[in-house]
Design a protein around this ligand. Structure first.
Ligand code: MN
Length: 137
């Protein structure tokens, strides 16, 4: 191998470009959190976790994740209300996790500022597809 300084500089740039994306998951159900965490970590994402809406808002604004997965039903405030609060101060993409994929849910999510939604139970392939389409990888 030739020791080529410009090549190693390029490698550093590649490494920087490949920094793991950080995803905040706001979810109060431990089993759902575990499932989502497992999928995300396995696919190279870094995961931040919040079990309620107010913690989620604080992490969203302080930690500046690349994307947020937001459960709609949370113990303190509604996930869509948390989304509105975050979106008033940040352009971070937010995907809602909705338990009842009923007619009108998508409209409610979009009206709150969500960039999309994922119906529960969470499908690994749908989750990964949505992340790639929003994060543009
Ligand atoms: Mn919930």
């Amino acid at each position: 191998m030739i020791n080529n300084p410009s090549l190693s500089l390029n490698n550093d740039r590649v490494r920087e470009a490949q920094m793991p994306k950080r995803i905040l998951c706001v979810e109060d159900n431990p089993q759902n959190m575990r499932l989502v965490r497992k999928i995300l970590v396995h696919h190279g994402y870094e995961v931040l976790e919040a079990e309620d809406g107010n913690t989620g808002i604080a992490l969203a604004l302080n930690e500046k994740p690349d994307l947020i997965l937001m459960d709609v039903n949370l113990p303190d405030i509604d996930g869509l209300e948390a989304t509105s609060i975050i979106k008033a101060q940040s352009s971070v993409p937010i995907l809602a996790l909705t338990a009842n994929a009923m007619y009108g849910d998508e409209e409610r999510c979009l009206a709150a500022g969500c960039d999309g939604y994922i119906s529960k139970p969470v499908s690994k392939n749908i989750l990964l597809d949505k992340l790639v389409s929003v994060l543009g990888e």
